[in-house]
Design a protein around this ligand. Structure first.
Ligand code: SF4
Length: 190
C-alpha cells in the first residue's frame, strides 16, 4: 500500500496497545505514547523500538527501507525528543509457534498471516460449538486459511480474501481478516 499511496503524515496512537497474538487475541497493554512523523516507515520504526523490538528484524519495515520508502536507521532519522527511549515499554511478541488441540477440527493453513490465524484462534476458542452444524461427512469441522490452499475438502469454511481462488469449493468469508463474529454472521446468513 505504501508503494501506491504514500501518506504525508503518520500518527500511531500507542496510548493503549496490544501485545502477543494480535490483531484480535492479544493482551491490552498501556504504553501512554503517541508517535507522529512525516514518513510512515520511520514512524513505524520508532514505535516498534518503543515497544522493545528492533525494526531491522521486522520484515515489512526492512523491505520498505530496502525499497527506499523510509529510513529505519535511527542515526539517520530526526527524532524528538532525543531521549525518546525513556518511554520504551516492552511488549510481548506474538508466539513463534501456535499449537492448540481441537480433535474434531481440520485446519488447512497454507500461506496465512497472523491476522487470519488470530481470527481462527478466536473462532475456535469462543464459538466452536456454533460451528458444529457445519461439520462435514467425516464429522469434523474443516477450516481453510491462507493464499496457497489447494487440497481442501468440499464444504470447507474458507476464512479471508486469500482463500478466494478456492472459494467455489467451500463456504467463503471475505475480509482481510474477517473477525470471528463476521465469520459466524456469514454462516447464519446461509
Ligand atoms: S486474508 Fe488477509 S489477514 Fe487473512 S491471511 Fe490473507 S492477508 Fe492475512
Amino acid at each position: 500500500m505504501a508503494s501506491v499511496l504514500f501518506p504525508d503524515l503518520a500518527i500511531i496512537d500507542g496510548t493503549i496497545g496490544l501485545e502477543g497474538m494480535g490483531p484480535a487475541y492479544g493482551r491490552r497493554k498501556e504504553a501512554g505514547v503517541v508517535v507522529i512523523g512525516n514518513n510512515p516507515v520511520s514512524t513505524d520504526a520508532v514505535a516498534t523500538r518503543l515497544m522493545g523490538f528492533n525494526p531491522k528484524e521486522v520484515p515489512h519495515l526492512r523491505l520498505l527501507a530496502e525499497r527506499g520508502l523510509g529510513e529505519i536507521q535511527f542515526s539517520n532519522i530526526s527524532i524528538k525528543p532525543e531521549n525518546f527511549l525513556k518511554w520504551e515499554t516492552h511488549f510481548e511478541p506474538p508466539p513463534s509457534r501456535l499449537s492448540f488441540s481441537f480433535p474434531d477440527v481440520v485446519v488447512y493453513d497454507e500461506g496465512s498471516c497472523s491476522a487470519c490465524l488470530s481470527t481462527l484462534f478466536v473462532l475456535l476458542h469462543r464459538y466452536k460449538d456454533l460451528l458444529i452444524p457445519h461439520r462435514l461427512g467425516d464429522d469434523k469441522i474443516h477450516i481453510g486459511i491462507g493464499k496457497h490452499l489447494e487440497n481442501i475438502s468440499k464444504g470447507t469454511l474458507l476464512i479471508g480474501n486469500c482463500t478466494h481462488k478456492v472459494k467455489k469449493r467451500g463456504i467463503f468469508v471475505k475480509g482481510c481478516p474477517p473477525v470471528a463474529s463476521e465469520v459466524l454472521k456469514s454462516l447464519i446468513k446461509r
